[in-house]
Design a protein around this ligand. Structure first.
Ligand code: CP3
Length: 333
């Protein structure tokens, strides 16, 4: 049993386990080196030799408790034959969504397209570097995927004006996303993923009245499905504000919190295991400040099942030395 397994069984551990969102990524020179030779991001994700190597890169450097597979939440629309491109300095750009084509798609064709993701999971599970560590698979939440698939680009500046115009179309799309998410999760678990994290990066965009339809209902369905496989599920509804209500309704195995919520309030409100919280920007300051902030989270959650992580992905401008210091501090605490 690993430390993370203990925490996910709702046990308080004296040492807190640690992994970091986006731990395999652009702040590592060895990632940038591979990336510079592979301009097509989707193709890089579909090259299991490289994607497994990238997954393992942070484990070679740091004493982390888990590997998170190097993939992307937008592999799902890619698997559904929607065009997905990553443009430098802009982010993801998606092609038009053709719902009829998706409704006519065959499950085996979807799985075939994403096979390299499942092969990557098998490769890293068989690697000595993940021995006694957890392998985390992940998906985007139905709502966040709906956002990308309909908005066709990051909604950083807000959703397009007509986003909510056709509710029937939105709900049909949501249903088909849910269907394929289940297939994607099933295949990740069968390949060896031991935990699933659901990233709802744009949960904060919804008004309260819409939370039930777009977040609570579809996410609850996924959580129930993942639990039925005897696999723990961590939800990250970034920016949702109502973490307590989310946990009561959706009931994940653990909740990942963002950097805008007050950890003390979470400690009072939430009875399930908690993950994350610290602002990734702290890693851009100095060691003294980092120490102070890490200590804050570890002290607040000392008597709670807690996995150390950040309140969003590690920033590309992070110095790997600061990451090293962070991991050592959590381990030596
Ligand atoms: O955590 C990890 O180390 C695993 C890898 C991982 C990636 N994306 C690789 C990646 C994970 C877990 C994701 C999830 C993801 N992808 C989310 C949810 C988490 C979050 O950040 O909110 C979202 C919204 C996406 C969609 C996406 N993919 C965006 C918006 C972008 C471009 C901007 C950005 O934040 O990097 C990507 C590209 C992407 N996915 C990169 C990496 C390492 C950068 C690729 C590059 O340009 O080199």
């Amino acid at each position: 049993m690993t430390l993370i397994d203990e925490v996910l069984m709702n046990n308080i551990t004296s040492n807190k386990p640690i992994w970091i969102m986006r731990q395999a990524g652009r702040y590592l020179p060895e990632f940038r080196e591979i990336r510079s030779r592979n301009p097509n991001f989707i193709e890089l994700c579909l090259n299991e030799k490289l994607s497994s190597e990238i997954t393992l890169q942070p484990l070679r450097r740091f004493n982390l408790d888990a590997a998170i597979i190097f993939s992307d939440i937008l592999m799902l629309p890619y698997g559904l034959n929607q065009k997905v491109e990553f443009k430098k300095n802009i982010g993801p750009i998606l092609g038009n969504l053709n719902l009829d084509n998706i409704l006519n798609l065959k499950e085996i064709d979807f799985v075939e397209k994403l096979k390299p993701v499942y092969k990557l999971i098998k490769l890293i599970r068989n690697n000595d570097l993940t021995k006694n560590k957890n392998t985390i698979g992940f998906v985007g939440a139905p709502w966040t995927l709906l956002v990308y698939m309909i908005n066709q680009e990051s909604p950083k500046l807000g959703l397009k004006n007509d986003f909510f115009k056709d509710k029937i179309f939105l709900n049909e799309t949501l249903k088909v996303i849910e269907k394929y998410l289940i297939i994607h999760i099933k295949n990740q678990v069968e390949s060896g993923a031991q935990i699933i994290q659901i990233f709802d990066s744009w949960a904060g965009l919804l008004e309260e009245k819409d939370l039930s339809n777009y977040i609570y209902e579809p996410t609850t369905n996924l959580v129930k499905y993942i639990k039925s496989l005897n696999i723990p599920v961590i939800c990250f509804p970034k920016g949702i504000k109502k973490y307590k209500e989310f946990c009561e309704i959706v009931n994940p195995s653990a909740i990942c919190i963002d950097y805008e919520v007050d950890p003390k309030q979470i400690m009072k409100d939430i009875k399930i295991p908690v993950q994350g919280g610290m602002d990734p920007k702290i890693l851009l300051t100095d060691r003294e400040n980092l120490k102070k902030e890490v200590k804050k989270y570890l002290d607040i959650f000392r008597n709670h099942p807690y996995i150390f992580n950040l309140g969003h992905g590690i920033l590309p401008s992070t110095d790997p030395k600061m990451m090293d210091y962070l991991v050592k501090m959590v381990k030596d605490y």
